[in-house]
Design a protein around this ligand. Structure first.
Ligand code: Q0N
Length: 286
């Protein structure tokens, strides 16, 4: 890291420049709920997410090129190709939740996709939909229509981003469902390389960039439990913060329970032992 120039911070990740062509994406153990970072870290969370993202990058290469170059031995750092990022978030929803559910209740549609009437919260959609959003510098991303997104990135780029996003989601959601995890929705960030080709960047198909639900507890008609963050949500609820700003240290059992869920998601999806990943992170790539 001695030669790396810090470029920026997200809520839970840091971005460094290694040289003109390469970046280092470092996932911390910080955890956020309702868009606020909690004061307590979840040990190894950054390693789980880095390993899972690497696993998906290796398995989706034939669908779409991605920025991954290598995983560092620390298990939480990804060396990646430097891209020109598109200024839109590429969201795919297979289920009706979060802002998708909100928009549907208000208008019967999400980002211009007219949906059947009578859908309930968390219902599976007739087919996955592409629901782009703007990248808000601070605060919440805003859903935009397909036409608005096409205006921002160009019709050609838009069509390509939509096609690739849907293909990536369809592949990953089917794979995860066979292993007991519903990927309700997910967010991709694409960039372009020097040749102008679209390349998948950021961290993809992790519980931080997606909604993971335990399939065995799926019960549409209300909110679903979160695969990874439910212990944290229950704790915040219990101490009276409900679903807002909760700036309270997490008790050890909540930390341990949450860590266990992340590790379980990793092991279920990769069919690898997390300890084997810690010993040699590149095992997720083959
Ligand atoms: C990039 N972001 C948004 C870390 C995550 N391969 C790339 N090339 C150029 N830029 C980016 C990537 C990637 N990935 C992605 N910002 C720049 C997410 N960041 C926010 C800060 O923390």
């Amino acid at each position: 890291m001695a030669n790396a120039v810090h470029l920026g911070s997200g809520k839970v990740r840091e971005l460094y420049a290694l040289d003109v062509e390469r970046l280092l994406l470092v996932a911390s153990d910080r955890i956020s709920t309702f868009d606020v970072v909690l004061p307590t870290a979840i040990p190894d969370k950054g390693r789980v997410l880095t390993g899972l993202a690497g696993f998906w990058f290796a398995r989706t290469r034939s669908i779409c090129a991605n920025h991954l170059l290598a995983l560092r031995p620390d298990g939480r750092s990804t060396e990646c190709r430097r891209l020109e990022m598109l200024p839109i978030e590429c969201v795919v929803r297979g289920y009706l939740s979060g802002s998708g559910w909100k928009d549907y209740r208000k208008a019967g549609e999400v980002c211009g996709h007219r949906l059947p009437t009578g859908l309930r919260e968390s219902d599976r959609l007739p087919e996955p939909i592409f629901t782009p959003a703007t990248k808000a510098q601070s605060g919440h991303d805003e859903n935009i229509t397909r036409e608005q997104a096409a205006q921002i990135v160009g019709a050609q780029r838009f069509a390509e981003a939509e096609r690739l996003s849907l293909a990536l989601y369809n592949f990953a959601a089917a794979y995860a469902l066979e292993r007991g995890i519903i990927i309700a929705d997910t967010k991709f960030e694409f960039g372009t390389d020097r040749t102008g080709g679209l390349v998948l960047g950021d961290e993809a198909l992790t519980p931080d960039s997606s909604r993971f639900w335990p399939a065995d507890q799926y019960a549409p008609g209300g909110l679903q439990p979160s695969y990874d963050k439910q212990y944290v949500r229950d704790f915040c609820e219990k101490i009276g913060w409900g679903n807002t700003y909760c700036h309270h240290e997490l008790p050890a059992e909540v930390v341990e329970g949450t860590r266990g869920r992340y590790v379980e998601a990793f092991e279920q999806l990769t069919t690898l032992r997390f300890n084997d990943y810690l010993a040699n992170p590149s095992i997720v790539l083959s």
